[in-house]
Design a protein around this ligand. Structure first.
Ligand code: AR6
Length: 173
């Protein structure tokens, strides 16, 4: 298993090769972590997002990921991924899994050694936290991602505890 870290804190302050953004499919910013990342990165990030090809306004379909430069963030790239809206986008579990998987694959393809994730779909998209943590950890511990140092930035102490438990459970499986 590669290195996995769980940190309670603000993902916009982290120094890594790639910061993952929990975006929406239009990729033009929003609330939550998306808004925080765009504010910290500055207007260059929005300009980079606008260059991503769109089909009927959709730059990144649910479960997929796109990579851009990172503006003023302490990162080389922002990887934008779109998690499922819980109870709306189905199959939710598979879509959350592919959101993580496609983000990690893009990081590897761009030579990244370190990547930071927020809790994708766990805010306004309403995914149950324990289930989301289990999916996140199951994907990130796959052997193909061993070359990456993967850091989860969770906003609250409670969420960090849920992720820590999921990682412990996985190690004892
Ligand atoms: N650092 C780390 N985590 C954060 C930060 C931060 N600075 N800010 C919020 N979180 P959400 P979603 C946590 O709602 O559910 C946006 O409007 C937050 O507490 O940001 O995937 C997009 O444009 C929560 O645990 O993302 C989409 O429309 C987690 O990040 C939609 O929200 C994710 O919450 C995506 O919804």
């Amino acid at each position: 298993m590669g290195k996995i870290k769980i940190v309670q804190g603000d993902i916009t302050t982290v120094e890594v090769d790639a910061i993952v953004n929990a975006a929406n499919s239009r990729m033009l910013g929003g609330g939550g972590v998306d808004g925080a990342i765009h504010r910290a990165a500055g207007p260059e990030l929005l300009a980079a997002c606008k260059k991503v090809p769109a089909e009927k306004g959709v730059r990144c379909p649910t479960g997929e990921a796109r990579i851009t430069e990172a503006g003023n963030l302490n990162a080389k790239y922002v990887i934008h991924t779109v998690g499922p809206r819980y109870g709306v986008d189905e199959p939710a579990e598979r879509l959350l899994e592919t959101a993580y998987q496609n983000s990690l694959n893009l990081a590897l393809a761009h030579g990244c050694q370190s990547i930071a994730f927020p809790a994708i779909s766990c805010g306004v998209y309403g995914y149950p936290l324990k289930e989301a943590a289990h999916i996140a950890i199951s994907v990130c511990t796959r052997p193909e991602y061993d070359p990456l140092t993967i850091c989860f930035y969770l906003f609250s102490e409670d969420m960090a505890a849920i992720w820590t438990t999921a990682l412990k459970n996985h190690c004892h499986e």
